[in-house]
Design a protein around this ligand. Structure first.
Ligand code: FES
Length: 104
């Protein structure tokens, strides 16, 4: 199982082993990551699963399609160039070591 870390503040983070095949939003909810709510269950209608992959991870996770890109305009914390909606990303073995920032 890949190990994934969510940085929830300058000094705090949550690290968990995550099963392959679930989404990064589901992984965050299961691990009680603050501010990743996944209110719509992953159907791309709430933007409450906003994360920012750290550094090179942005390109390694693929890129938002047009629908995700449109929905990123509705995040509570304003989007950045590397913002993603984590319900749109399925965990693979290659995600081991992934670090995500949860915007504050
Ligand atoms: S969980 Fe609603 S858009 Fe991602």
């Amino acid at each position: 199982m890949p190990t994934i870390t969510w940085k929830t503040s300058e000094t705090e983070s949550i690290t968990a082993n995550v099963p392959v095949g679930i989404t990064l939003m589901e992984a965050a909810v299961r691990n009680n990551v603050p501010r990743v709510w996944g209110e719509c269950g992953g159907c791309l209608s709430c933007a409450t699963c906003h994360v920012r992959p750290v550094g090179e991870w942005f390109g390694r996770l693929g890129f938002p399609n047009d629908m995700e890109d449109d929905m990123l305009d509705f995040t509570e914390v304003e989007r950045e160039d590397d913002s993603r909606l984590s319900c749109q990303i399925k965990v693979t073995e290659e995600f081991d070591g992934l670090v995500l920032v949860v915007p504050e």
